[in-house]
Ligand binder design. Structure first.
Ligand code: AP5
Ligand code: MG
Length: 245
């Protein structure tokens, strides 16, 4: 069943490519009904829709590079403005944005501060590189929804088809070992400054908003993440006892 948070959680998921951000996002949506935006999913939709941004993104993503900060911030701003939950009253989750220090600064100054909705929980997923290299070889995605499958870990019910729509699944063009290594390097070089940017911030309980969780599997990480969210933001008593019954 879905749990209702007492205090709104505005979460950023940080983690290397293949660390399970999309997988955790889907589970958090299921558990807490928390809406999410994934920058990678948005870009893949632009590519599928053949927009001008999609044309620019195709080659950059295939090569494992990053899109310019100003373009990314505009895409996210457009997307966030269209959602009713951009306010201090709602929980939401960001996957893949911000991923550079300028993006984090622009997100605050242009979008979140004016809406009194700055992030209050930044989660860093630590998964060993050798584990994730193995995973992406088996990954399939449903582009319209962003749903992620793995041929061994969570295979689709019907081979090659999305469980919900029955539409075909595809492999991502940036999921090959050479490009994947480049994406890991990009991640490593941009993440420390972002963590530093957020690490001095504290929540209403005076604890840092940055929290790291390590594990070799999303099944090990998810229960820890779920408990930490419940600890920080609280859930309705009735719902907790119903869930643990
Ligand atoms: P994006 O789509 O954000 O890719 P990423 O950050 O590289 O992360 P991934 O989506 O590859 O991995 P994930 O952590 O979501 O893992 P998943 O849950 O799928 O970005 C793509 C590109 O877009 C970037 O390279 C860049 O070019 C551009 N871009 C995006 N945002 C940008 C920005 N802000 N600025 C500039 N450019 C930007 O899991 C991986 C696999 O593991 C799946 O197959 C899953 O089923 C499987 N799995 C999960 N858990 C387990 C488990 N326990 N055991 C086995 N397999 C598992
Ligand atoms: Mg993803």
């Amino acid at each position: 069943m879905s749990l209702s948070l007492v205090r709104p959680a505005r979460i950023l998921l940080l983690g290397p490519p293949g660390s399970g951000k999309g997988t955790q996002t889907a589970r958090l949506l299921d558990r807490f009904g928390m809406p999410a935006i994934s920058s990678g999913d948005l870009l893949r939709k632009h590519i599928a829709d053949k927009t001008a941004i999609g044309t620019q993104a195709t080659d950059i993503m295939k090569a494992g590079g990053l899109l310019p900060d100003s373009i990314m911030t505009n895409i996210i701003y457009t997307e966030l403005r269209a959602r009713s939950w951009l306010s201090s009253a709602f929980s939401f989750l960001l996957d893949g944005f911000p991923r550079t220090l300028p993006q984090a600064q622009l997100l605050d100054s242009n979008i979140l501060i004016p809406h009194h909705a700055t992030l209050n929980f930044v989660v860093k997923l630590d998964v060993p590189h050798e584990i994730i290299l193995d995973r992406i070889a088996n990954r399939l995605v449903h582009v319209p929804s962003g749903r992620v499958y793995n041929l061994t870990y969570n295979p689709p019910k019907v081979p090659g088809k999305d469980d919900v729509t029955g539409e075909p699944l595809t492999r991502r063009p940036d999921d090959n070992p050479a490009v994947f290594r480049k994406r890991l390097v990009e991640y490593d070089s941009h993440t420390e400054p972002i963590l530093e940017y957020y690490s001095s911030r504290t929540d209403s309980n005076k604890q840092s908003i940055v929290w790291t969780v390590a594990g070799e599997s999303s099944d090990i990480i998810f229960p820890q993440l779920e408990q930490e969210i419940i600890r920080r933001f609280g859930v309705s008593e009735a719902l907790v006892s119903a869930a643990s019954a």
